[in-house]
Write a protein that binds this ligand. Structure first.
Ligand SMILES: *Cc1c(COP(=O)(O)O)cnc(C)c1O
Length: 358
């Protein structure tokens, strides 16, 4: 029998979960003995080898402690300070990195684009480039897309090919924030290469943290020329881990037997279960089409407050205009079902007050 679920932060974020067993086991193995430092160890070599296998590409790979650093340093490597980066207005690089992409690139400007459900389309890219081409405007150089997006949608292979075509047409490089890349692959069921280097992605920030590690992202340069001197950039930014085995070993656990994908499949399935349950509750409106591991739903403030009073934690998500319920590899059916039972009971007790007013 499983232990009863306590209301808590299960749905607040996918970074509320711990290490998954596979990542933890290889971390424990890597803890034994002394090994060379600064990435000259066999764990780092193995992690890089596995990432190359997953992507079927001889990419250049670096590890950072978190995603803000991965994105910011990758973007800095793709631009000069007088360039600009085209990204969606709700993208993490714009809304959640405290200006780090601009800071680490010495002032490269983010240009914000709009697009359905947090995705960029070729037209928006084209218009942004065509709007100004003169010397007084920061020259567009990079497009940054997020896969899966901040709104739990996923770019299809075709949508990315259209982005790639717009990039080629305008001489733009393509960066992918893949903090939830595994969830996108789980949703799409395509090989990782087909949504990365095959559609022109130059650099992918491949997320480990939300996929089942305690910390760590991999910066994967499919365009190896862009990796020139990147090691120095990491070191200067305080992102070179001296005991690199601790950043690298969890990747070995995640990738060696496919735990990375199994974790993402589980997280997405938990979100699907949650979404299906919420959709049946009067007073809850599901927002948008979910493809990855987050559900967005509109609840009245009183209803959301009542759920929070029970102990459930979840964020209001400005870009979506509702509440975000994020699932992780660790979200169990029991977590989902307990939450849904509370949500149903709370909705029933609201005497109609919980119903969406619009
Ligand atoms: C979580 C996340 C990141 C990384 O955030 P850090 O807190 O810096 O690790 C990057 N991009 C997206 C879309 C994210 O959700």
């Amino acid at each position: 029998m499983s232990s009863p679920v306590q209301p808590g932060c299960q749905f607040a974020s996918d970074n509320t979960a711990g290490y998954c067993p596979e990542a933890w086991a290889s971390l424990e193995q890597a803890n034994a003995g002394t090994v060379p430092s600064y990435g000259d160890d066999r764990w780092t070599a193995r992690a890089c080898e596995l990432i190359r296998e997953v992507f079927e590409h001889d990419a250049e790979i670096f590890f950072s402690f978190n995603g803000t650093a991965a994105n910011s340093l990758a973007l800095a490597a793709m631009c000069q300070s007088y360039h600009s980066i085209l990204c969606h207005e709700v993208s993490h690089v714009e809304t959640d990195e405290c200006g780090a992409p601009e800071f680490f690139s010495n002032g490269t400007k983010l240009l914000l684009l709009q697009g359905e459900r947090a995705k960029l389309g070729a037209d928006a890219i084209h218009r942004a480039v065509e709007r100004r081409r003169d010397i007084h405007f920061p020259k567009p150089r990079v497009v940054s897309v997020t896969q899966a997006t901040e709104l739990s949608t996923v770019y299809s292979v075709g949508e990315l090919a259209a982005v790639r075509d717009a990039c080629s047409r305008h001489g733009l490089r393509l960066h992918m924030d893949g903090a939830r890349f595994a969830n996108a692959i789980a949703a799409l069921g395509v090989p990782p290469r087909s949504v990365t280097w095959e559609v022109g992605v130059d650099v992918l920030c491949f997320g480990g943290t939300k996929n089942g590690m305690g910390m760590g992202e991999a910066i994967v340069f499919f365009n190896r020329d862009l990796a020139d001197e990147f090691a120095w950039r990491c070191k200067q930014a305080g992102q070179l881990c001296s005991k690199m085995r601790y950043l690298a070993a969890p990747w070995v656990g995640l990738l060696e037997n496919g735990a990375w994908l199994a974790n993402a499949v589980r997280a997405n399935a938990a979100a699907a279960r949650l979404e299906a349950g919420l959709a049946l509750i009067p007073g809850v409106e599901i927002l948008g089409k979910r493809e990855a591991n987050a559900v967005f739903a509109k609840l009245t403030p009183a209803y959301a407050a009542a759920l929070r009073a029970i102990g459930w934690k979840f964020y209001d998500f400005i870009g979506a205009g509702g509440c975000r319920f994020m699932c992780s590899w660790a979200t169990t059916d029991a977590d989902v079902d307990t939450f849904l039972a509370d949500a149903r009971a709370t909705a029933g007790g609201m005497n109609g007050e919980g119903k969406s007013e619009s």
